[in-house]
Design a protein around this ligand. Structure first.
Ligand code: AMP
Ligand code: ZN
Length: 107
């Protein structure tokens, strides 16, 4: 499958990893829109968060917990966790992922 996030989770192409967990990895977005912009991505391929949610609730919870951990590591604690779901909502990579963004990085 030609999926860029599968290639990143498998190590085939590089990314700047910031944390990982049993079911998910976190790496910096290549095109950040906020001072903190990290993606949390399940190791297993699902098209979007809706498919992840109905397929593996343990992996979903793990992904969200990793996102919270990343937000605590990288920001003052005020952050967003956003899942663009579907092309019309702005999803461009069709491997489930959450965006952790914050305007207030931890100094
Ligand atoms: P979305 O629009 O919600 O599908 O988000 C996809 C995100 O993936 C965008 O914010 C991109 O900047 C980011 N992205 C695409 N390719 C890479 C990559 N190779 N490494 C890190 N982030 C990427
Ligand atoms: Zn994938």
């Amino acid at each position: 499958m030609d999926c860029i996030f599968c290639k990143i989770t498998s190590g085939e192409i590089p990314a700047t990893f910031v944390a990982e967990s049993e079911h998910a990895v976190a790496f910096n977005d290549i095109n950040p829109t906020q001072p903190v912009h990290v993606l949390v991505v399940p190791r297993v391929h699902y098209t979007d968060v809706a498919h992840l949610a109905v397929s593996d609730t343990e992996a979903l919870a793990d992904l969200i917990q990793l996102g919270v951990k990343v937000a605590e590591m990288t920001s003052t604690g005020s952050f967003r966790l956003q899942f663009n779901t579907g092309a019309e909502a702005g999803q461009t990579v069709f491997h489930a992922h959450g965006h952790i963004t914050s305007r207030t990085p931890r100094s």
